[in-house]
Design a protein around this ligand. Sequence first.
Ligand code: ASP
Ligand code: MG
Length: 324
Amino acid sequence: MSLYVQKFGGSSVADAEKLMHISHIIRNARAAGHDVIAVVSAQGDATNRLIEKKNEISTASFPREQDALLAAGEQISAALTAIALESTGVPAVSLLGWQVPLRSDGTHGDARILKISHTRIERELSRGRVVVCAGFQGVDGENDVTTLGRGGSDYSAVALAAAFGAERCLIYTDVDGVYTADPRLCPTARPLPTVSYEDMYALSRAGAQVLHDKCVALAQESGVEPEVLSCAPGSASTRIAASSGSRGLTGVTRRENPQDDYAAVTLVGGALPSLSIEKKAVLALNAAGVPIRGVDAGERTLTLYVDRSASREALCRIHDAVLI
Ligand code: ASP
Ligand code: MG
């Protein structure tokens, strides 16, 4: 039987209604004849709320305990997802990182996946159950709980797809794919049917929140082609796959740090570096009266630094100047 990995982000598991909706999506995949490993993130902004709870006690870093704390977010959503499935007659079992086990190194807060054991998951699948894995977590050599870095459930999903040779790795999020810019910031952004591993990696590193950078690197290494889509019926999607050799521009994203008063707006694509594209971007910002603090050209990237308060304006102006 063919296997699907279906990963659901925090907004897709935020409440009971959403959990019932995703159990319906999983049920449809099963009805179409596929085994399913579902991977879930913590509900809504649960991870941030857990960090706040810790900060109420101390803002110092307690890497081991913070991982034990944050992993609880995914434990809750995995159990609730399995309950939602079972309640509608779909046999399901939730598994935490240590129950799989999904072995990682011991870098608390940013662990790397080392090995995923097949035995337990295969046994559950062969019993006809949907396996609901808690994303974002692993277990290290000391049997301590680790987390994989913020947004790390995508990484869990790709690692599971690679380990089990899944036919599809579907990443459900709150946008229906990857766009030329974040469509919530830039209304003229266009959806992209495919994005190369290289460009997706560069976009993730430059601040695009769609996929985790370690997840993209692992997908490329293992040949998994993640498909990013939304939970809405008939959603469009973006497939991340090997480059077709295009030399164009793919997208633009921004990165802001709360402690800095500037932001980086980064264009990505095989056409870069390019002096003519750089000129167009600079002219667009000049015309909009956005001061440029610096420019940095890299392989497949062009970054313009602007005041943090102007980053959205800069993103959209650059997008409209070179991507439509
Ligand atoms: N819950 C974790 C986070 O908020 C992991 C994830 O959502 O993928 O970063
Ligand atoms: Mg995410």
